[in-house]
Design a protein around this ligand. Structure first.
Ligand SMILES: Nc1ncnc2c1ncn2[C@@H]1O[C@H](COP(=O)(O)OP(=O)(O)OP(=O)(O)O)[C@@H](O)[C@H]1O
Ligand SMILES: [Mg+2]
Length: 386
């Protein structure tokens, strides 16, 4: 050995010694010939105790044959990179490791042994196992949730559908009573019958709305580009509404029925909940925000107290008596469902017009939409149609 190569060897030995990865070498008989400081830490065993011992002592029974094939491959001159397995520490504990096994060559080029670099992957293995556990639990919960949602939809449909028939019979007979026995019933009796008929009519509306809601939940949607502006104009026309300003609205990636339901419910609410003696002013606007479209309906109506902003989206949840404003309280529940179906959201905030501003986020079409995100108001749909 020349002086230069002797110096190189000393430097190399130092590099191996300070390596953060455990490194050990073995001769052709499998006896350990070097064992660095990181190996001492990882296996909890000093070099003095390991030198000369068989490297196969590190192989746990269950992985021994696999690891022997890795060694055999390395002994043919090939390097085996990042082989994940388990090693056995001399104290009997298993340690998760990633091994790189390389052949060591003598000066004449012949293979003289193997060098193994060992990365401690205990933490990675632990995290992977934890993630798998979490994933399993989530999958289970997701399935259970899907089942309970389907059961609820089924329940709502069956309940509302099956309630319809007896209600129809009851209403029919009470109406007969009212017609044929008015004289016998007297004034008070007629008032009672009126309340029964009125209650039955309300129940009819509730059941119809519940049916519509559950049908909506059960319907399969196929998504495509929807011309939001055209839907909005249709809604305004069908409601023969005045005072509704439509901005240019970006297309959305949804289905016609959902977008119609959203705009119809929000516009009809904005028109309905106006201030007494003041005709409603409503502005429908939209903006493209990255991969999503925000649609908003502003009004100058009676507004909503901050404490009720979430509650109004609940099923049959209303803030007013029927006599003041008609309705059953299903409209915003449908809007909420549509938002949730596409991982979007619906919310209400105060409007600059003085009333409420209801907004919903829907997905934008995958390709660039035809409309820019300029949402300055245009003339109302009624004027358009004129
Ligand atoms: N634009 C609005 N301004 C003020 N209050 C509103 C507005 N929109 C909804 N609300 C309140 O939220 C409640 C729930 O609205 P939702 O649309 O679900 O029901 P509804 O309009 O009363 O009945 P339905 O839509 O079933 O005919 C309303 O009863 C009302 O109290
Ligand atoms: Mg409504």
């Amino acid at each position: 050995m020349t002086i230069a190569s002797a110096v190189d060897a000393v430097l190399l030995a130092q590099i191996v010694e300070v390596s953060a990865d455990a490194i050990f070498s073995e001769d052709l008989l499998g006896h350990i010939t070097s064992w660095n400081a990181a190996a001492e830490r990882l296996y909890g065993c000093a070099a003095a105790d390991m030198l000369g011992r068989s490297a196969s002592d590190l192989l746990p029974e269950e992985t021994a044959s696999q690891l022997r094939s890795v060694h055999e491959l390395a002994l043919t001159g090939q390097r085996v990179d990042r082989f994940d397995t388990w090693h056995l520490r001399p104290d009997g504990r298993h340690v998760a490791v990633s091994l790189t096994v390389s052949p060591l060559r003598a000066a004449d080029g012949s293979i003289a042994g193997l060098a193994t670099s060992v990365e401690d992957v205990t933490e990675r293995v632990r995290l992977t196992a934890e993630l798998e556990d979490v994933h399993r639990v989530l999958e289970k919960q997701y399935k259970a949730l899907g089942r309970s949602n389907r059961d609820l939809e089924q329940f709502a449909y069956v309940a509302s559908h099956d309630l319809s028939e007896p209600l129809r019979v009851m209403t029919g007979f009470v109406q007969l009573l009212e017609k044929r026995y008015a004289g016998v019933l007297g004034e008070q009796g007629q008032r009672y019958v009126f309340h029964v008929v009125d209650g039955a009519a309300r129940m009819r509306i509730l059941i119809d709305d519940l049916l519509e809601y559950s049908r909506f939940l059960r319907s399969e949607q196929t998504t495509s580009r929807v011309d939001t502006g055209a839907v909005a104009r249709r809604v305004v026309l069908s409601r023969e509404a005045v005072g509704v300003e439509l901005s240019e609205l970006p297309d959305v990636w949804s289905d016609d029925a959902s977008v119609t339901a959203v705009l119809d419910n929000l516009i009809s609410n904005a028109l309905k909940f106006h201030r007494p003696d003041v005709p409603a002013r409503v502005v429908v606007s939209g903006a493209l925000l990255g991969a999503q479209v925000r649609l908003c309906v502003d009004d100058d109506g009676i507004g909503i107290d901050p404490e009720y902003r979430e509650r109004v989206f609940g099923m049959f949840s209303r803030l007013h008596v029927r006599e003041a404003y008609p309705g059953t309280g299903i409209g915003l529940a449908i809007v909420q469902q549509i938002a949730e179906r596409c991982d979007g959201q619906a919310w209400v905030e105060p409007s600059e017009l003085g009333g409420s501003r209801f907004c919903i986020m829907l997905p934008a079409p995958p390709d660039p939409p035809a409309v820019s995100n300029d949402s300055s108001p245009r003339p109302s749909a009624n004027e358009d149609a004129a």
